[in-house]
Structures are given as C-alpha cells and as structure tokens.
Write a protein that binds this ligand. Structure first.
Ligand code: FCB
Length: 403
C-alpha cells in the first residue's frame, strides 16, 4: 500500500457517464426500456477521447484523475475476460501517469454487466463471487495504481437494489430507480427514495471486503470505498427517526470501511430529517439543477461525521463533491466554500488526502443530460471539450495548496 505523496487535486468521472456505447451494461438496457429516460448513446466518447479529458486536468495544473473501469466491458460474458478491454484500461492508467496525474480507479460505479443483472444482480446468490472474480481479473492492471475505490456509493447502490427488489416482488419486473419529472430542473433523484435494505448493504460490504483482500494481495493500491454522505440534520423531536436513518443510510457503510486504507467521502447537499423521515428539499430559487439545497457546508459536515464514526482511524479522500448548475461562477463559489470546510477540518487535525471534484465534464447524469456538474463542457455532436473558468480556478487553488 502506498498512500504517500502530495494532496490529490483533481476531478472525477464514471465510465457509463462519459465513455459512450456501454452496450453490455444493465443501465444501457434500462435506458431503452424506461419511458422518459434519456439515453447515454455516444455519451462524450471518452472511451476514445480519454487522453483529451486527462489533458484538461493536467493543463489546469491538477495532479489527479478519478475514473472507472467498466465491468460490462471487461467481462461481457460470465467468466470471459476481455484482454483487449483490460489493455484499454491499462493504457488509460499509463496515460494518466505520463501526464502527471495520479490515477484513482473505481472498479464499480453503479453499472454491471447485463448477464449479472439477469442472474439477479446484487440480489443473486452468486453476486459476491461474481464480483470477486471480476476484481481478480481487474487486479492484473491495477498492480501499481495507488488508489482504488472498490464500489462507488454502496449506500445509493443498495437503495437502487432495494427498489429493484420491491418492483420485482410487486410487478415481477425490474425498473430503473430514476425519478422522471417534466422538468429536469426539478428532478430530485434523492427525495422520494426508499431507505437501503441493510441486508443488501451487508452483501455489498462482503463484496467490498473480498475485493479489498484480493487487491491487497495482488496490488500496491490503497483500497477503500466511497460513501454517499447525506449530511443529515435532525429536527427537534425527531432524534429516534434520525438515528435510524443515519444508521441505515450512511453509518453502516462507514463502519464497513474500518480497517481500510482510506474512506471516500462524497457530499453535495444536506437534508433535514423530521418525525416523518427525510424531508424533500423544499423548492427554493437557490436549489441546484437536481433540486437539492445549495449547501457547500455539507462537505465539511460529511468529513467530520465520517472521521467521527471511524474514530479517526481511516484517512479521508474526497472522491466527489460538486454542484449541478449552469452558472459557472456559482460553481466556483460553491467549491470555494466547500474547500474552506475541508481545510477547516484539516486544521482541526482530520487526515484528508485529496479533493476530487465531481465532475470533470458535463456528463450523462443517470437518465438525464440536463444537470451540468462539469468543470468543462463537451459538445455532444463534435465532442469538442471546452474548459469552464472553474477548471482554471481549481488549478490555481491547487497550486496555492488551499482556498
Ligand atoms: C453521485 C454519483 C455520480 C454522480 C453524482 C452527481 O451520486 O456517484 O455518478 O451522479 O452523484
């Protein structure tokens, strides 16, 4: 394990959201089935243009890139590992290093092969074994990668699988959890969702621990997983409900990171918990393009909460933080405030090793192209990338070392 080195300053992406034509994945299949869901299609063609993407970061003076490898490409058929795809992702890792970017590699970011979904996905009897076999194959190219995230947002994934379980039980058919409304600006994919079933969380934790052990044996990577931090706030009188929701939505997943090399923190907003549960974000002119409250302070809250649950035993890497907005000056204000919260935590002795902004590019937001999180935009026909002022701004902050 090699966690040494300078603070990671960079941005993040996920394969399905930028690569294009992830045709063997479960999400691709859903896109074609669920009414109202926009398709990812060619996405940003990052499968072919990853070097350009990385150059955006390097040219801005950043030193890290978080990106994912796609299980559905690497193992399109059970047990059949594509050497060509492994070689492709290895070239990505080498390119990042050549450009001076520390690779932070995500092994699983929501999507899985179609065959895995058809076997029951994370509800299937062989789920952990299947995932472990994939990680074992992927380990061949991760040997010298310094940071590996096994599973992105296991708590959000568990929530999606909980929905899957419910629809299977009631309708005999799986439907995408994406909540569709008439107006992208009011899409709040997080307000009306069921709490993740702790049993599913336990399956994901077992998968994570198995992956961690494989990666420790076969690679030098620091291994962790990245939790969606909810930054819940408790209404007076709702303490019991709050404690239960805090546990099933977040703390179970933080606890599972005990003994890990790092824990990934991912924070965007904060939500109230009242006697009836999580309160939807009230409509407000300051809300973001995904309908969530403008809460840059959620990052500092999330870091402190995570550190507290793990009793200061696990270093923190911020693997996602950002804002869906069309106003880039607002993105800069949000990020500046979030980073001040991060460094206030550092000043209080919390061990934070990096900040990876979500997202590098305006990408496919799980069924919608509307919400723009990027430090750069990309033309969806010509695929030309255009950096926004926030990208150069983040590079300046990185050069200074703090906001
Ligand atoms: C996180 C996901 C990421 C992106 C951001 C906005 O939940 O990990 O893929 O959708 O939210």
């Amino acid at each position: 394990m090699s966690t040494a080195g300078s603070f990671l300053w960079g941005a993040a992406s996920a394969p399905h959201q930028i690569e294009g034509n992830n045709v063997n994945s479960d999400f691709w299949a859903n896109e074609g089935r669920v009414p109202g869901m926009e398709r990812s299609g060619d996405a940003l063609d990052s499968y072919h243009r990853y070097e350009q993407d990385m150059r955006l970061l390097a040219d801005a003076g950043l030193n890290a890139y978080r990106f994912g490898i796609e299980w559905a490409r690497i193992e399109p058929v059970p047990g059949l590992v594509s050497r060509a795809e492994l070689a492709h992702y290895r070239r990505m890792i080498d390119t990042a290093v050549r450009l001076g970017l520390t690779p932070v590699v995500t092994v699983q970011h929501f999507t899985a092969p179609r065959w895995f979904a058809e076997e029951g996905g994370w509800l299937g009897e062989r789920a952990v074994e299947r995932y472990a076999a994939y990680v074992d194959a992927a380990a061949q190219i991760l040997e010298d990668v310094p940071w590996v995230v096994t599973i992105n947002e296991p708590n959000m994934l568990a929530m999606m699988v909980t929905m899957q379980k419910r629809t299977l039980e009631s309708q005999g058919e799986w439907q995408s959890p994406t909540v569709d409304t008439d107006d992208d600006r009011t899409v709040d994919t997080r307000a009306k969702l069921p709490a993740p079933d702790p049993g599913i969380g336990a399956v994901l934790a077992a998968a994570h621990h198995t992956a961690r052990d494989i990666l420790h044996e076969r690679t030098d990577a620091a291994v962790g997983w990245s939790v969606a931090n909810r930054a819940f706030a408790c209404r007076p009188g709702a303490e019991d409900v709050f404690a239960r929701l805090q546990h099933v939505w977040e703390d179970l997943y933080l606890e599972a990171a005990r003994g890990d090399d790092f824990i990934g923190v991912q924070a965007y907003s904060s939500q109230w918990v009242g006697p009836d549960g999580i309160e939807p974000h009230p409509p407000h002119p300051d809300n973001t393009l995904v309908g969530s409250a403008y809460r840059p302070d959620s990052l500092g809250m999330a870091i402190r909460h995570t550190w507290g649950v793990l009793e200061g035993t696990v270093p923190v890497v911020v693997t996602e933080n950002g804002i869906a907005t069309a106003d880039d000056a607002r993105r800069i204000r949000y990020t500046d405030a979030a980073l001040r919260g991060l460094f206030a935590a550092v000043d209080d002795g919390i061990d934070v090793r990096g900040y990876l902004h979500w997202s590098l590019l305006d990408n496919y937001e799980w069924g919608h192209w509307g919400p723009t999180f990027g430090l750069a935009s990309a033309d969806r026909e010509t695929f030309v990338r255009t950096p926004k002022p926030s990208l150069a701004w983040l590079g300046d902050v990185a050069r200074r070392g703090r906001p």
